[in-house]
Design a protein around this ligand. Structure first.
Ligand SMILES: [Fe+2]
Ligand SMILES: [Fe+2]
Length: 429
């Protein structure tokens, strides 16, 4: 799982496709301009939804509220239709296929890396050797800039909130691990995946502890708050929607850890050990992404109309990821989250262009644009919506950038308690 894709709430665009049936290629750049306009988009989308619940005020007009309520009711009916026996039967029928094509994407414990492999080992090094290795680790960590440290904390906190995620998968009909030790391929996948994920928070946590660059008590309090506060999941019992969501999430995670590895590594901040840790975690996420993407591709094969509508459903709503409720104890969860979005965007660990790129990648992976057979009218509309969405996002990025340039906003200094209240300077939209 990732903190990163949590901030992208383009689902709220719920646009009518302006260019039906066309998938526009993404611009690859990630310059400062991209950073700032992406910020403006994400921030404004966040505010529209969350200020209403956080403070009692609302930015949504009465007509908009009525439409939202209607959308909620229709959305509920839509995803609940996936709990019909014939839809769930699709998942049951897939179990032998999961055994053969998904479970092999997990690595046996004996072949898996462990956090101890990537950090100084006192038992192997002895007292003096361990001390020397720790000093070396701390010297390299000293060069990592504060904005990347903050992003690293958010990555770690999100991984440490692991208990939230298998409990989410275990709400999905058919595939859930009903007893906690089910022998089905689906249940073994959920447990095996969780077991692999568990190492991610562990290794990041231990690195951070040894580096001496973090106020670990504040970080630990943030972890506790995030697990306590949970996360919002749309369509919480539908495996179709759940797997679409996790496929997106795992790719986003791989990108976020991968970007962090690049930025902290030898060609960036110069911390090769940290780069290796982040790169190792990213490689795991890539395998997980492959598994969930494969599952959704199979759902497209089995029931193209249902799969297409599920992808559109997920993308139309905000992709509420684990860090949506992250907070430092000084702000409301959403308020801190909005600041963190700006920092991550500026640091380049995950950007709005990344989000758009993931969407385009998945559209290609699942053959969304070419798919015609087996679609109902709603399925065709879902396809056209999806194909137009990256283009729409790109247009919003550009408009937000233009607005930001016009406004000439001054940077804000944000104190972060995870790094002893040193401040991060960032332009908030
Ligand atoms: Fe993952
Ligand atoms: Fe992970």
């Amino acid at each position: 799982m990732t903190m990163a894709s949590a901030f992208y709430r383009f689902g709220y665009l719920s646009c009518k496709p302006s260019v039906p049936g066309t998938c526009k290629p993404a611009a690859a750049g990630r310059g400062n301009g991209g950073i700032h306009h992406a910020l403006a988009i994400t921030r404004s989308n966040w505010r529209c939804r969350n200020m209403a619940t956080a403070s009692g005020e609302t930015t949504v007009a009465p007509a908009g509220r009525r439409r939202e309520k209607k959308d909620v009711v229709e959305g509920e009916e839509e995803w609940r239709s996936y709990l019909a026996p014939q839809k769930l039967e699709v998942l049951r029928q897939l179990e032998p296929w999961v055994e053969e094509h998904v479970l092999p994407l997990l690595k046996p414990v004996e072949a898996s890396w462990q956090p101890s492999d990537l950090l100084p080992d006192p038992a192997a090094l002895g007292s003096d050797g361990f001390q020397a290795a720790c000093l070396e680790l701390r010297a390299a960590a000293a060069g990592v800039p504060d904005d990347l440290l903050v992003c690293l904390v958010a990555n770690m906190v999100t991984e440490e909130a692991l208990p939230t995620y298998p409990s989410g998968l275990n709400r999905l009909e058919v595939v859930r691990d009903a007893t906690g030790a089910d022998a089905t391929a689906w249940a073994r996948w959920i447990r095996g995946w969780s077991a692999e994920e568990n190492r991610h928070g562990d290794v990041l946590n231990r690195y951070m502890h040894l580096s001496g660059r973090f106020d670990m008590r504040e970080v630990e309090r943030t972890v506790q708050r995030l697990i306590r506060d949970g996360m919002v999941v749309h369509a919480p019992a539908s495996p179709f929607h759940g797997f679409v969501y996790v496929a997106f999430q795992e790719r986003a995670t791989a990108i976020a850890h991968g970007n962090t590895a690049r930025l902290v590594g030898a060609r960036g901040a110069g911390d090769a050990a940290l780069a290796r840790i982040c790169g190792t975690v990213a490689a795991d996420e890539k395998r997980h992404e492959a598994a969930y993407t494969r599952v959704v591709a199979k759902l497209f094969e089995a029931d193209p109309d249902a799969a297409m509508r599920a992808v559109a459903y997920v993308m139309r709503r905000r992709i509420d990821m684990p860090t949506a409720f992250i907070n430092d104890g000084r702000h409301s969860g959403g308020d801190f989250y909005a600041r963190f979005i700006a920092i991550a965007e500026q640091a380049g660990t995950y950007t709005v262009s990344d989000y758009r790129g993931i969407l385009e990648h998945l559209i290609r992976q699942w053959g969304v644009e070419e798919l015609a057979a087996g679609l109902t009218g709603d399925g065709r509309r879902a396809r056209d919506y999806l194909c137009a969405l990256p283009y729409k996002i790109k247009r919003m990025e550009e408009k937000a950038h233009d607005r930001a340039v016009k406004a000439q906003k001054k940077p804000t200094r944000i104190p972060i308690n995870w790094i002893f209240d040193r401040t991060i300077t960032v332009i908030l939209p």
